[in-house]
Write a protein that binds this ligand. Sequence first.
Ligand SMILES: *Cc1c(COP(=O)(O)O)cnc(C)c1O
Length: 395
Amino acid sequence: MTSNTIDRADRFMFETYKRFPITLVKGDGCRVWDENGKEYIDFVGGIAVCALGHSSPIVSKALYQQSKKLVHVSNLFYTQPQTELAQILVENSFADRVFFCNSGAEANEAAIKLARRYSKEKFGSGRHSIITMHNSFHGRTMATLSATGQEKIRVGFDPFLEGFRYVPFNDLGNLGSAIDGSVCAVMLEPIQGEGGVVLPDPDYLKGVREICREHDILFILDEIQVGMGRTGRLFAYQHFGITPDIMTLAKALGNGLPIGAMLAIEELADAFGPGSHATTFGGTPLITAGALAVVKSLVNEGWTEKARDMGAYFKNQLINLQQKHSIIKDVRGLGLMLGLSLDREGAGIVSTCMERGFLINCVQERVLRFVPPLIIGKEEIDLLINCLDEIFKEI
Ligand SMILES: *Cc1c(COP(=O)(O)O)cnc(C)c1O
């Protein structure tokens, strides 16, 4: 039984996505099912989004209850879930202030706007440039695309927003030389996600923090993919002995509900005063009630610690695989954000995994990326490891 969903999708929508030829109709925990009833264990997790798994009863309950009370009233008014969500994020991070929006790109837009406005108010005109990294990914809007250091994503959309320059990740010397009187901020992902699961060298982030302090410029961390417990800490910066001035969140913050957040230190509060920035849908009672339930669960039910332990187990199993198969060049990552770098393209392996009931993902052509729900168990990990072992044997 196959419906014509795929044919109709390709006819009626822009084909902006290169999709796998399956139609998913149901999810539960770490598993999803297609319209033919075939079951898959999901190591993509909606791209690091569904931390608590699919059809999480925690989220469903919060949404249902809030939907009967108040869905939307605009940000002209105070609402309880939005306030509570801001408080729990502040109380569990370096930050003092939160701005809510609807996506990762919007959170980064807010960060870019805040950095520029703060810098202008403090130092005057001409100090508006932002340094980002080669192979970074910050979103698809014009400003965040301008911030993204990957040519292939930018093709055809120029002219870009003025004032972005790019330096290699993990290179303090290059960063230092790129700074002049026109720079207001450095923005980076503490672990590059789309860039191929690239970890910072020991002390790199400390070095960036020091350079920013020296030049009195802002340090912006894009934790949209790595934040919310995935790395084994609630936020990835907590591994590296630093705090940023601004941090952006999205993906797992709502477990699939559309929400982003931009967090910052008190010193920046005045630069985003009344009338400076806004969104219609950002932080509605409905969505923030759902996200509040997600954050409470991540914080209070130990999912972050479980991500650390299960991630260590998973990584160890991948390292064992590497010892058996020379096709694997490198195993890297932190917590449940793991990458397997191959000596060849990974698309075929992703397809074979799918045929055998496992959803995985490939970035930068050659890096298999695993960002499963944080509720994944050893049994599911072992099944995937066996599947990969078989596939590598057959190659
Ligand atoms: C996914 C992602 C974004 C963009 O988020 P959207 O919600 O797709 O706009 C930005 N930065 C990083 C690091 C991401 O992983």
